[in-house]
Write a protein that binds this ligand. Structure first.
Ligand code: FAD
Ligand code: NDP
Length: 323
């Protein structure tokens, strides 16, 4: 097995940063193109396990090729195995920064440095927090951003739980938690859900889920663990306090681009800007972005995988132009 230190002396064709569906698809394609890719898959980078967001979910029912669905973690284990089988060298390391000032580019991991002619950025996105009063005090003491990871804990069983958000994540979390909870209240800040139609129907038809429209969380209250939530109805402007034992956030994601410096162009919310639709080319030659880190619209496993394929082909094309 190749040791990390041995890689410091070479100039690599391609370094892939991130290990979700985008990163692994880029790895499979670049490995099959004999480019000997190196992947830094992250070590709980941005709070997400290697394998990315799908490691935090249960069933994935919309990824083609699995007629009865597949669990998120299993799908990502399969992708990782396929990347390795094709010849990708994978290291469980988080990239701290990348120096884009001179080519080949230099990837920094603590005191180690790795040079590559092309970089594929596939670092995805991370769940957002609300920042309400009491959030820090009760984080992981009743408040969580991952129902699938934490929802089955004994402290949440047969209890009244709250999920915040109106998108697919929030609906999925509410449905998942309804298996364990006595009741789930879904707090939606508007009077409609953003989630896909199928997810809306599933949520609205779930007898254990109560949808609280126009409702915003204000303060988490408790002693050693979360016990209550102060909420505001933004239509009637009335406040109330509800007894709960668990609060789960499903309010969207932030792109994982903090490790990049301003050499890479991002939009005002931090998403990497690619030169044109249908391309993974960033503002820098030889640097490509794929998956959720550059996509605020589709944000699906299959679109992430598709753009990972594009990044690999764009990198291959660029490398051929160098020789
Ligand atoms: P991600 O999956 O976000 O993976 C990026 C990886 O890069 C992470 O492991 C991260 O730790 C790592 N990383 C970050 N920074 C660094 C760094 N500096 N160095 C090294 N590594 C780093 N989509 C579907 O199509 N079907 C579904 O059923 C579905 N269910 C979902 C359920 C949930 C709960 C969530 C949150 C999302 C779901 N999605 C689903 C969306 C899907 O998971 C994403 O669109 C997809 O995972 C994006 O893939 P990605 O490769 O861009 O990045
Ligand atoms: P979205 O951005 O789609 O939805 C975020 C939700 O949280 C919105 O309803 C938003 O409200 C609400 N929200 C945001 N900020 C706040 C706040 N401060 N207070 C209260 N509510 C807030 O994110 P998701 O994580 O749900 O989905 C991301 C992507 O992943 C989507 O493309 C989705 O389709 C995909 N996904 C797919 C799944 C599947 O196919 N099974 C499962 C999970 C995710 P508002 O609507 O008012 O803006």
């Amino acid at each position: 097995m190749t040791k990390l230190d041995e890689l410091q002396n070479d100039i690599h064709n391609v370094i892939i940063v991130g290990s979700g569906p985008a990163g692994h698809t880029a790895a499979i394609y670049t490995a099959r193109a004999c480019l000997n890719p190196i992947m830094f898959e992250g070590e709980m980078a941005a709070g997400v396990a290697a394998g990315g967001q799908l490691t935090t979910t249960t069933e994935v029912e919309n990824f083609p090729g699995f007629p009865t669905g597949i669990s998120g973690p299993e799908l990502m284990m399969n992708m990782r195995q396929q990347s390795e089988n094709c010849g990708t060298k994978i290291f469980t390391k988080t990239v701290d920064k990348i120096d884009f000032d001179s080519h080949p580019y230099t990837v920094h991991i603590k005191e180690k440095q790795f040079k590559a002619k092309t970089i594929i950025i596939a670092t995805g996105a991370t769940a957002k927090r609300l920042g309400i009063d009491g959030e820090k005090t009760f984080w992981q003491k009743g408040i969580s951003a991952c129902a699938v990871c934490d929802g089955a804990l004994p402290m949440f069983r047969d209890q009244h739980l709250v999920v915040i958000g109106g998108g697919d994540t929030a609906c999925e979390e509410a449905n998942f938690l309804s298996k364990y909870a006595s009741k789930v209240s879904l707090l939606v800040r508007r009077d409609e859900l953003r989630a896909s139609k199928v997810m809306q129907e599933r949520t609205q038809n779930n007898e254990k889920i109560e949808i609280c429209w126009n409702t915003e969380a204000q303060e988490a209250i408790g002693d050693t663990t979360l016990k209550q939530l102060r909420v505001l109805n933004n239509k009637t402007n009335t406040e109330s306090v509800i007894d709960i034992r668990g609060l789960f956030y499903g309010i969207g994601h932030e792109p994982n681009t903090n490790f990049l410096n301003e050499s890479i162009t991002t939009d005002d919310t931090g998403y990497i800007v690619v030169k044109e639709p249908g391309s993974t080319q960033t503002n820098l030659e030889g640097v490509f972005a794929c998956g959720d880190v550059q996509d605020k619209l589709y944000r699906q496993a299959i679109t992430a995988a598709g753009s990972g394929c594009m990044a690999a082909m764009d990198a291959e094309h660029y490398l051929s132009s160098l020789s």
